[in-house]
Design a protein around this ligand. Structure first.
Ligand code: MG
Length: 241
């Protein structure tokens, strides 16, 4: 397993890097909150809704969804591949689920974003969920949409790993790719595309399970973001701490 060990050691050393940027874009699900209870509730409602739409039994639907998700990598792609409109899907999820029952408020997240803003960073949100569901989840976590300079959801753009949401966020926030760091929890759907478009990247790896990543920096807690970014004043590049 030499390759795995080498990557792990590199990840540890990457923790010492500090990224000079003007804007920090956050993923939402799995990054600004992590709630297994919500995931279980959402999963049950996804199966129920898709089963209604396709007129299939729930166990058949679940097997189909599992298969497609493995092939396609993301929930939104899976939903669209079944001929279901992603906005109709997310609107229904927002109608049927109250995220605040499952996602506890988290003052730490608010504090991290508040601190970044105080330090002069622009902040943004790039989520694969639709806007009505994003609003409800932000409310559950205890964040107002207005805390972010830009919010892009799958209501306005194709979901990640499509380039659309990254490009739209960059345009709306008025920063070049190399002035932005993207913080997310999924390697394939988020970190790789963000890096492909020239953004700097931070992988949030809560359980330390990731062995291979192309992220510039790997962190274990969201609060670590505060230690791995510095405000770019001019044409700065990465600096040693
Ligand atoms: Mg995520």
């Amino acid at each position: 397993m030499p390759a795995v060990n080498r990557t792990t050691r590199e990840n540890v050393s990457l923790k010492g890097r500090v990224l000079s940027v003007s804007c920090i874009l956050f993923d939402l699900d799995g990054t600004l909150y992590d709630s297994p209870e919500y995931s279980v509730r959402l999963e049950a409602e996804i199966v129920r809704f898709v089963s209604e739409q396709l007129r299939l039994g729930e166990s058949e639907t679940k097997a189909l969804l599992d298969r497609r998700r493995k092939e396609l990598g993301t929930l939104t792609r899976t939903i669209q591949s079944l001929g279901i409109d992603r906005n109709a899907f997310f609107d229904t999820m927002a109608d049927r689920i109250d995220p605040s029952l499952y996602i506890p408020g988290d003052p730490t997240v608010r504090s991290v974003i508040g601190t970044l803003k105080e330090r002069g960073f622009k902040t943004g949100l790039v989520s694969n969920s639709g806007r009505p569901l994003v609003r409800k989840i932000l409310g559950a976590v205890g964040l107002e949409e207005s805390l972010f300079d830009v919010t892009v959801t799958s209501t306005e753009a194709e979901p990640k790993p499509s380039p659309q949401p990254f490009l739209l966020a960059m345009k709306k926030v008025g920063c070049n790719a190399d002035e932005i760091v993207y913080v997310g929890d999924r390697e394939e759907a988020e970190i790789r595309p963000a890096r492909r478009f020239g953004l700097k990247t931070v992988l949030l790896d809560r359980d330390g399970a990731t062995r291979m990543t192309c992220a510039d920096v790997v962190i274990r807690n969201l609060t670590d973001v505060l230690d791995v970014v510095r405000l770019a004043r001019s044409n700065e590049s990465e600096q040693a701490p």
